[in-house]
Design a protein around this ligand. Structure first.
Ligand SMILES: Cc1cc2nc3c(=O)[nH]c(=O)nc-3n(C[C@H](O)[C@H](O)[C@H](O)COP(=O)(O)OP(=O)(O)OC[C@H]3O[C@@H](n4cnc5c(N)ncnc54)[C@H](O)[C@@H]3O)c2cc1C
Length: 407
């Protein structure tokens, strides 16, 4: 349902200078593209603005699994995801060359650009995507004005800022980023293949760091359409010389840092450019303003090792686009009393907090070397390993018990 405040003219009648929509989404990364598709499929008039027609080959999340899949299914994207990604069902988890356990469950690997393209492909009307750069956003209790670099203007009742880590537009609105942990983690992404062209002996593999001084949380290997992708997550000074070694000689350096990995990989080489990211943990302040709402990384950044970025942005998209924004549009005005409902949504708040807690936990588990964390680390892996062994023994043990009972 829409009110008389809802704009009813076509989005861009005959290429005029002012485009009108119910909701303007600035930034067509994963968060913005999913949000635009969900809202447009529900019948809202959406304009999604991104400065690039195709998302560049940038290293971001490259695997989707676990609870994230439930949310992709709920929002109606799972089928499209399955069509573009490589499915895998088992991850062999190792540490110091020994098996810790095996994770079983559906998961998908794909480049981030393909994930974003998938989300954009679900827009019912492709012309809802406007390729342009937003230079300014002016917000109030009623109609919001978005200025584009091309000179065009976009008017909407609500602006969703999904501009990722780029903070310029928010800054112009007086929104600041509070740094919770500077240079919190370092991530590397590259693709590997065996020199003999054979397949690796595992579907997917996670190798955990061996020494706290190395600051390696884990190396994750999983299939993507181009081959076997490697994501290395570290908590270490980004100016350490090891970073340059990883960029120049990723293959040899990971074997030196994770010697237990060698028998699992055989003779392999890196087949593409090594990409890396240094991540600050940040959250915005001064964001409660009329007419504008921030989602995804634009609201809070995440630790890649914790793997919570997508869970957080999916929660933002779900709560904003299936609950709050549709209700806000049914009555006049877009004041802060409406916007505050999203920021205080209990599920959103919990997802944001979980992401920060997990970021701190992964860092401590990886690199704290005091006695308390040393014991905790040992227990963490021992518990996983024992649970795995019990799970493996269970069917045989049950069979023997059943056999004895039958006899
Ligand atoms: C190296 C790395 C690895 C990661 N691994 C994982 C993982 O394994 N699991 C996990 O859950 N999360 C992971 N994450 C986090 C996850 O990738 C992010 O949370 C997610 O991609 C954020 O999406 P977003 O849409 O908020 O931002 P982005 O994808 O950055 O999108 C922002 C968009 O806004 C556009 N934009 C910006 N300014 C303007 C403007 N003025 N005008 C028009 N357009 C504009 C940009 O072009 C871009 O398309 C990782 C992150 C990194 C960096």
């Amino acid at each position: 349902m829409t009110t008389d405040r809802t704009v009813t003219a076509p989005i861009d009648p005959a290429g005029t200078a002012t485009i009108v929509a119910d909701i303007a989404i600035v930034g067509g990364g994963l968060a913005g593209s999913l949000a635009a598709s969900v809202l447009a499929r529900a019948g809202h008039r959406v304009a999604l603005v991104d400065k690039r027609a195709v998302h560049p080959d940038e290293f971001r999340v490259e695997k989707i699994g676990g609870q994230q899949l439930g949310m992709f299914r709920k929002l109606g994207f799972l089928h499209a995801l399955e069509n573009v990604a490589c499915r895998y069902d088992q991850v062999l988890n190792i540490r110091e060359g020994k098996v810790v356990d095996v994770s079983v469950g559906q998961a998908y690997g794909l480049p981030y650009a393909d994930l974003v393209a998938m989300a954009r492909s679900q827009l019912p009307d492709p012309s809802s995507l406007i390729v342009d750069e937003v230079t300014a956003v002016k917000c109030n209790d009623d109609i919001q004005h978005v200025e584009l670099a091309s000179g065009r203007r976009l008017d909407a009742r609500l602006v969703v800022l999904a501009t990722g880590m780029a903070g310029v537009l928010g800054y112009k609105l007086g929104i600041r980023r509070r740094v919770l942990a500077e240079r919190h983690s370092v991530s590397f992404g590259f693709t590997i293949a065996r020199r003999d062209g054979a397949r690796f002996d595992f579907e997917a593999l996670t190798c955990y760091g061996e020494r706290t001084a190395d600051g390696i949380d884990y190396l994750s290997l999983f299939p993507v359409p181009a081959g076997m992708r490697a994501n290395l997550f570290m908590f270490r000074d980004p100016t350490d010389p090891i970073m340059r070694e990883l960029r120049r000689e990723a293959g040899a350096t990971i074997l030196r840092l994770l010697p237990g990995l060698r028998p699992y990989l055989g003779d392999f080489h890196v087949t593409d450019r090594v990409q890396n990211w240094v991540m600050d943990l940040t959250v915005v302040e001064g964001h409660l303003q009329p007419g504008v709402v921030l989602i995804g990384d634009a609201f809070q950044t995440n630790c890649p090792a914790a793997g919570t970025g997508v869970a957080r942005l999916l929660m933002d998209v779900d709560r904003l686009c299936t609950e709050h924004a549709p209700r806000w549009l049914t009555t006049a005005g877009m004041g802060t009393e409406k916007i505050a409902q999203f920021y205080s949504d209990p599920d959103k708040v919990a997802a944001d907090q979980r992401s920060l807690n997990m970021a701190r936990f992964r860092q401590a588990l990886t690199s704290r070397n005091d006695i308390g964390w040393d014991v905790r680390r040992r227990l963490h892996f021992l518990r996983r390993s024992l649970t795995h062994r019990v799970d493996q023994m269970h069917p045989g043990w049950l069979g023997r018990v059943r056999g004895a009972l039958r006899a």
